[in-house]
Design a protein around this ligand. Sequence first.
Ligand SMILES: Cc1cc2nc3c(=O)[nH]c(=O)nc-3n(C[C@H](O)[C@H](O)[C@H](O)COP(=O)(O)OP(=O)(O)OC[C@H]3O[C@@H](n4cnc5c(N)ncnc54)[C@H](O)[C@@H]3O)c2cc1C
Ligand code: FES
Length: 277
Amino acid sequence: MNNSYVPVKAEIIEVIQETSSDVDIKTFKIKLVDDEKMDFLPGQFVELSIPGVGEAPFGFASSPLERNFFELSIKKTGLVTEAVHNLWAGATVWIRGPFGNSFPMEEMEGSNILLIAGGLGLAPLRPLILYMLDESNRDKYGSIQMLLAARSSRDFIYTRDFDQWKEVKNTDIILTIDNPEEGWKGRVGYPHIIVSEMEFDVNNTYAVLCGPPIMIKFVSAKLVELGFPENRIFTTLEMRMTCGVGKCGKCNIGHRYVCIDGPVFNMAQLSQMPDEY
Ligand SMILES: Cc1cc2nc3c(=O)[nH]c(=O)nc-3n(C[C@H](O)[C@H](O)[C@H](O)COP(=O)(O)OP(=O)(O)OC[C@H]3O[C@@H](n4cnc5c(N)ncnc54)[C@H](O)[C@@H]3O)c2cc1C
Ligand code: FES
């Protein structure tokens, strides 16, 4: 895909209902028509449009090693997302991108990785997880610990992946929910509490967080308190965006545009920026 201003035609090839709670999240498997391939890096996003409705940005949620299709996990919140939720396999959507920077996969090589996701925040981390857990890349990273949080057991996404991820060597998943539930075998409590009970070498670990702003605020503060350097804590921002290419000014925080300077930032960068995110 060359022209970042002109959407290309794409087809939804599968729709997966992720949640069974009142938070409605579906994953859409999409392929570009005319055999075009989608090359993207973990952390990047596309603009998806439906003619007559509108356009909205969504982070990639599938493996960057798969170029024949990509997945977007979309929460129903308003006009565009509701219209997408009403589509099924065979429907046409229009795509611009990929846009934005990526997680620092090369910089993180040789280090342990701590991934902390809240709810739909697991979506932009999934390409990173699938990339690192792939046989061709697994030895480039040390231990991979995932702390996955959700409001309730019915709010986890990608539960179908969890057993496979856990089987990969030196990889661990902790699941936590906000309140006790009958039959729940995981942890109960907010991720910033659980993380303070986990063990890691803060001098050789990168943390990557994604979730609601309140979760990012508490978890990043806890990680700094535990000794993580701010430049080894990464997150991704979901600011309001229009063009996606640094032209409209809709997504700026201070002098930075989230669409081209981000959406991935480390805490050292964010602490230099005005407190708008
Ligand atoms: C880089 C990036 C990646 C994203 N990735 C995903 C993703 O993987 N999955 C996903 O479901 N969503 C993602 N989003 C958010 C998504 O773009 C918005 O939910 C979408 O634009 C809403 O469009 P709408 O027309 O359905 O809602 P609208 O009708 O425009 O708005 C409905 C309500 O949602 C609020 N709203 C709209 N956009 C945002 C936003 N960005 N942040 C907070 N509140 C908002 C509005 O104020 C309004 O109250 C991402 C956003 C960005 C910038
Ligand atoms: S979305 Fe237009 S400048 Fe970033």
